[in-house]
Design a protein. Structure first.
Ligand SMILES: [Zn+2]
Length: 80
């Protein structure tokens, strides 16, 4: 799931100006993951998701809008 969030951060970076330093990325990820249903965050076997699974989840869940909200929240109060 963190892969999805990381991809979303990169996607948003293309059209939305914000700081993506390691600290901000961490904060954005943490807030985003908090807002996602636990089943998306914890992989039951601890193994990584396949690409098809990731795409299915992405479709299922509006990852971009969740991450964008997190970006805005972090930019209001950056901790870097
Ligand atoms: Zn930053």
């Amino acid at each position: 799931m963190e892969v999805l969030v990381s991809q979303a951060i990169d996607d948003i970076k293309k059209y939305y100006e914000f700081c993506a330093c390691p600290q901000c990325r961490l904060d954005i990820s943490a807030i985003s993951l908090n807002q996602m249903p636990p089943r998306y965050v914890v992989s039951n076997k601890g193994d990584s998701y396949g690409r098809a699974e990731l795409l299915a989840m992405q479709k299922d869940l509006d990852v971009l809008s969740i991450v964008l909200d997190s970006v805005k929240a972090v930019q209001k109060q950056p901790r870097h």
